[in-house]
Ligand binder design. Structure first.
Ligand SMILES: [Zn+2]
Length: 122
């Protein structure tokens, strides 16, 4: 699980994308890494890439590949500060989980609950 933007960039290129599909990656240790430049559309949520910012939290599955909310405290802290600054910068932003627009489990937690919890760990 100790991966970041560089590894994901390689995976996504192998899948035929023009490099990493996310704009931001939050590593297990909470370190924020930049992926695709924010001026470019991402490749992270089918049907929503043209007007969204994609944030990837490393982790979120258990040893068997099943969805699991196993993010580190450092990741929650970085996520809160990143989303807070993006919402401040792009006033019209709506913060949602991939699972709200697609039949996916990610991000393995409820983004609405997290928002209600003042963007603290849920
Ligand atoms: Zn997803």
């Amino acid at each position: 699980m100790d991966i970041g933007a560089a590894e994901i960039d390689r995976w996504h290129r192998a899948r035929g994308f023009f490099g990493i599909g996310y704009h931001y990656v939050i590593r297990r240790d909470g370190k924020l890494e930049e992926g695709r430049p924010i001026e470019q559309a991402g490749a992270h949520a089918q049907g929503h890439n043209a007007n969204s910012i994609g944030i990837c939290l490393v982790g979120g599955i258990d040893d068997n590949g099943k969805p699991q909310n196993n993010f580190t405290d450092a990741q929650w802290i970085t996520l809160k500060s990143l989303v807070t600054s993006l919402v401040h910068k792009y006033k019209a932003l709506k913060t949602i989980g991939h699972n709200e627009v697609s039949n996916k489990a990610c991000p393995s937690f409820s983004v609405p609950k997290w928002l209600k919890n003042d963007m603290n760990k849920v």
